[in-house]
Each structure stands twice: as structure tokens, then as C-alpha cells.
Design a protein around this ligand. Sequence first.
Ligand code: ATP
Ligand code: PAF
Ligand code: BAL
Length: 295
Amino acid sequence: MARPKPAAKPRSTKLTHTVDDFEAAFWPDEHPVDNAVVMTMGALHEGHAALIRAARRQVGRDGRVAVTVFVNPLQFGPNEDLDRYPRTLAADVRLAEENGADVVFAPLPEEVYPNGEPLVRLTAGPMGERFEGASRPGHFDGMLTVVAKLLHITDPDYAFFGEKDAQQLAVIQRMVADLDFDVEIVGVPTVREPDGLALSSRNRYLSEAEREQALALSGALFAGRDAGAQGPAAVRAAAAEVLKAADGVELDYLALIDPHDFVEAPDDFQGEAVLAVAAKVGATRLIDNVRIIVR
Ligand SMILES: Nc1ncnc2c1ncn2[C@@H]1O[C@H](COP(=O)(O)OP(=O)(O)OP(=O)(O)O)[C@@H](O)[C@H]1O
Ligand SMILES: CC(C)(CO)[C@@H](O)C(=O)[O-]
Ligand code: BAL
């Protein structure tokens, strides 16, 4: 009779804070195995868990998965939430472990920027000046600069990013292509609450009433997606109508985007597009998007 298989040995995830300790933990021997990184700003939730699980599936049981946890000051504007951004490292390490990470790299800013703020930075160019970039000047340059640094430190075969930050994913893909980074960028679909709200670390800022009001973002995107067969104008109108009727939502932008070069889709656009929204609910700025087929 076949003996029952022993339960898989739980992985024990190593928490590291310095580049040296990270490298020793992530590259423990000379056997080359596939490896992957999931970059985060911490306050991990099920959206991050989906990225870590996708990374584990990609590299297999014997591959290595790193999760970085770093709230990058360079990508925050002067009036943004850098100081109050949620920091929950102990819980983050547990979530990383439960979802198959080998190593968590949680450096201090001094470790990432030992010479202070970098004088030389990457720029996202025009792709980083629209939509999120228009509302958050310098955000994508700061984000790309740290992503490039973390790619150099972790040196992965694969790096996983969420489609929830669609413009970020597009800009990173463009950086890797334009500057010949030797890594495969993998996008992971947005994880939502059962009622449609996209998971986000910033959802913790919302009161119960604001949490309800925030459903207008995904509601607008789903209404736009349902109008996809009637063309771009109908998509925009259907989504705008939901937002107009919503209480407590201060719209920043609603855009139908051609994912190639991430520009506003022309009125005769057909094909796969990204419908994106950004809005303030109370004091909290949220973003969301869906992929839609426009005909
Ligand atoms: N709901 C989600 N589904 C899939 N991926 C997600 C989701 N939320 C975040 N991610 C991805 O996780 C990675 C780390 O994101 P980050 O730590 O900024 O989390 P976040 O929840 O987006 O935080 P914030 O609220 O600050 O925007 C990014 O690649 C991001 O796109
Ligand atoms: C990619 C990233 C970790 C860079 O700081 C951040 O922008 C995020 O969490 O999406
Ligand atoms: N989630 C994208 C990173 C940021 O908002 O700064």
C-alpha cells in the first residue's frame, strides 16, 4: 500500500535588511536555479500574495523567490502620504512566507541610497508624464530609479508586478525593453474584494462610509467595460455616468488608454484598451483600471 506523502515542509522565510545579507540568503549556493522578485512597499494583502504565488509557480519548488519591502521616498511627492504610509513588517514576512517566498529584503533608505538622494536618475519620459504622472510629477522617475536599483541588487530572471498599477507596469516594461535589462517582466491580474474594490494598501485609510463610496471606481470601470461593443465614446460615457452619480468621490481622471505607448485612445479606437480611473475618496487617493475590448 502506498504510504501517504509527507506534508510539504513549510518554507522558512529569511528577513534581511542589508544588501550583503540579502545576497547571502538569496544566492546561498552555486547551483543556478530560476529566481524571481516581487517588489512591494509593504502592508501586504492578497494582491501581493497573488504576485508571490505567481512567482513561486514560475520558478518551481526549487527556484528562489524574493519579496522586497521598501517605501521609496523618491516616488512620493511633497504633499503625499510617505510619512503615514502603513508599515507592517512582521505581518508582511508572515504573508510572504505563507505564499512561498524564500527571502524578504526590507532595507532602510540609507541602505538603498547610501550617498543620499541619487543625483543620477532614470526618467520615464513622456509615458511618465500622462495620467498618474500628470497628477504625481516625478513619481515614475523615482519609481523607475528604485526598480532599476532593486533589479540590480536582486538580479532575477523574472520580476512580477500587478496590473492594478497599469501605467507602472507599462513604464517598467518599456524601461526593460529600451535599456536591455536582462529580466522578464510578468504582469498579474488585479485581485478584488468580492464587491469589486481593488485591493490596495491605501484602502486601510478608508472609513466604512468611504469604503462604500470607493466602490464607484470599480463600478464605473465595469460599466465602461460592458459598453465596449459600442465604441470609445460609449465606454467613456457609461463610466462617467457612474462617477457623476457617486457621493464623496473627487475625480482626478477617467481615461480610455491605448496600452501601446499608454496614450489616450482615439475616438475610432478598436481593440484591447485599458480603462483607468483615479479619484480621491475623502483624503485617500485611489487608482483602478480594467482591460476591455473596444469595437
Ligand atoms: N489588488 C492587487 N492585485 C494585484 N496586484 C496588486 C494589487 N495591489 C497591488 N498590487 C501590486 O503589488 C505590487 C506592490 O504594490 P504596492 O506595495 O504599492 O501595493 P498597493 O496595494 O498598490 O499599494 P498602494 O495602495 O500604495 O498603491 C505592485 O506591482 C502592485 O501593482
Ligand atoms: C514597484 C514599487 C515597489 C517601487 O517602489 C512600487 O511602486 C509599488 O509598490 O508598486
Ligand atoms: N502602488 C504604486 C506605488 C505608489 O503609489 O507610490
